[in-house]
Design a binder for this molecule. Structure first.
Ligand SMILES: *[C@@H]1O[C@H](CO)[C@@H](O)[C@H](O)[C@H]1NC(C)=O
Ligand SMILES: *[C@@H]1O[C@H](CO)[C@@H](O)[C@H](O)[C@H]1NC(C)=O
Ligand SMILES: *[C@@H]1O[C@H](CO)[C@@H](O)[C@H](O)[C@H]1NC(C)=O
Length: 488
């Protein structure tokens, strides 16, 4: 009876919403967000954490930390925050059952993490139309690769151990998961709320003794009650033992394979954005860059489709992760140049859909591209070509890395070095859909073009093998993915 009444109430509520909505949309263009919490305005926050090793798996849990999946989700009420996830949930690790876990996952750290994410998602789920959603995702990745471990596949194929040298690794255990500390969100005085995750990869150390000489990561979120937006303050510090680290805030698909992953995940994108019909709004304030190796991605988009254009289905031998990102660190040089075509995509497409080949030295915008690399399992590549790293994803990958350049002005992207960097904090309205519809991505000749549907949209930095300890620090807010009607 109670639920019937609730349903009736909900139906009336929805109808009223639809009425109000359709009336206002007659006057102005509809504003339809693809994320559960447009602009990060909702007082009742949903945020989760995931730790990835070099091949986007867990490998081995850190001692006493549980599986590297955690969440901080609560409904707001003025007297208290009603938390949905307990610290016991966050500490769940291999061997400890939870509702819904499959027997095969219980003692496998990789599968356990995948199912723990689904479980945390079920605790955090917010009912919404067209679909319920779960959380923003803080993603932390350690770029160390112990090639003697035989842990990571090569373009999705299982391979044995091989000689070290190509990747950073200080020795046994270099692919470890971090120590993770959680400050559950709470009131800070009467008017503010704050919470956070922080920690280090250096298992023997204690961040309370300071972070000199050790790695460190932190994401602290805060918001004024009832007004404004959540601000996510990030810090990422490399060390000698951990010179290659990544920290992103992601809006992932609520279901399916989000970028870089071959299992079902949970996230914030209740509708999947498809090129060219979406935009991304986000504010960024970079306080500290993280040194010359910090490839700060103003926006990074990730998806998955096969070389024949078909959507991914979890078969790691034929699925290909596709990424594109703009690197805004002004110290990042274009590797693509007239004398290094191997680092350029085969062609560039202008906003008016003119194709410019990379051998057209008079017209190709070389300095707009940092690096292009092709999937290792592609059969018909145009030479010269650089293949993407075959180990750092569960399957083959393709990367299109951009740099600020006047040709991107059309899409609202940074146009010159330093745009969006330290001292240039701003809100960006990026036509990510438009730009990504005109990027080159490999496909087998004669196959129907893949639908460019993006399952992960994120921002953050990848400090790519620093020579010395570096710290990056930035604040992100106002994150939204806006669906735009076709041909606007
Ligand atoms: C980590 O977070 C805790 C809780 O918010 C905080 O007390 C501590 O100072 C942080 N550690 C560092 C090194 O910032
Ligand atoms: C497309 O734009 C370029 C400049 O970016 C211009 O040179 C060219 O004439 C345009 N082509 C068409 C078909 O409008
Ligand atoms: C430039 O590259 C395109 C596509 O690969 C090719 O068709 C064309 O012949 C090349 N032009 C020159 C001058 O090499």
């Amino acid at each position: 009876m109670k639920s019937a009444m609730e349903n009736q109430f909900l139906a009336i509520f929805l109808m009223t919403n639809v009425l109000i909505f359709s009336r206002s949309s007659a006057k102005e263009q509809q504003y339809i967000s693809a994320v559960g919490d447009p602009g990060m305005r909702r007082d009742g926050l949903r945020v989760a954490f995931e730790g990835w090793n070099f091949c986007n798996e867990v490998g081995k849990e850190a001692p006493a930390m549980g599986s590297p999946r955690a969440a901080d989700c609560f409904d707001f009420s003025s007297s208290s925050l009603e938390h949905k996830v307990t610290e016991a949930d966050n500490k769940l690790g291999v061997g400890k059952p939870f509702p819904g876990i499959s027997p095969g996952a219980l003692n496998n750290p990789d599968l356990y993490a995948v199912e723990k994410e689904l479980y945390l998602g079920s605790l955090c789920e917010v009912a919404d139309t067209p679909k319920p959603w779960h959380f923003w995702m803080v993603m932390l990745k350690n770029g160390n690769y112990d090639t003697k471990s035989g842990l990571c596949p090569e373009n999705g194929k299982k391979v044995g151990p091989f000689k070290p040298g190509r990747f950073p690794c200080f020795g046994d255990g270099c692919m470890n998961q971090p120590l993770l500390y959680h400050q559950q969100t709470d009131f800070l005085g009467m008017e503010k709320m704050r919470g956070g995750f922080n920690g280090t990869y250096d298992l023997g150390s204690d961040i309370r003794d300071g972070i000199d000489g050790i790695s460190f990561f932190e994401v602290v979120w805060e918001k004024k009650v009832g007004v404004g937006n959540w601000a996510f303050n990030h810090k990422l510090k490399t060390s000698k033992k951990y010179p290659w680290l990544m920290l992103y805030l992601r809006a992932d698909a609520i279901k399916g394979f989000s970028g870089g992953y071959h299992y079902d995940t949970r996230g914030m994108l209740k509708t999947l954005p498809e090129s060219p019909n979406f935009k991304v709004r986000v504010s960024l304030d970079v306080k500290q860059g993280g040194g010359p190796k910090s490839q700060f991605y103003l926006i990074d988009i990730g998806s998955c489709w096969k070389n024949n254009g078909a959507p991914c289905d979890g078969d790691v031998l034929t699925d290909v992760t596709r990424y594109s990102e703009m690197i805004i660190n002004p110290e990042t040089q274009a590797w693509c140049s007239p004398t290094s075509l191997i680092s350029c995509p085969p062609f560039h497409i202008t906003p008016n859909d003119t194709k410019i080949y990379r051998n057209d030295t008079a017209n190709f915008p070389y300095s707009a591209y940092h690096y292009y690399c092709a999937p290792g399992n592609a059969q018909h590549l145009e030479k010269p070509v650089s293949l993407c790293d075959p180990y750092s994803n569960p399957q083959a990958q393709e990367l299109v890395q951009l740099l600020p350049h006047p040709i991107w002005a059309e899409y609202g992207y940074p146009t010159k070095r330093g745009d969006g960097w330290v001292g240039d904090a701003k809100i960006w309205d990026l036509n990510v859909g438009g730009l990504s519809s005109r990027l080159y991505f490999y496909q087998d000749p004669g196959t129907p073009p893949a639908k460019r549907i993006w399952t992960s949209i994120d921002m953050g930095t990848e400090i790519f093998v620093s020579d010395k300890d570096e710290m990056a620090e930035w604040t992100l807010s106002h994150f939204d993915v806006i669906l735009t009607p076709p041909s606007s």
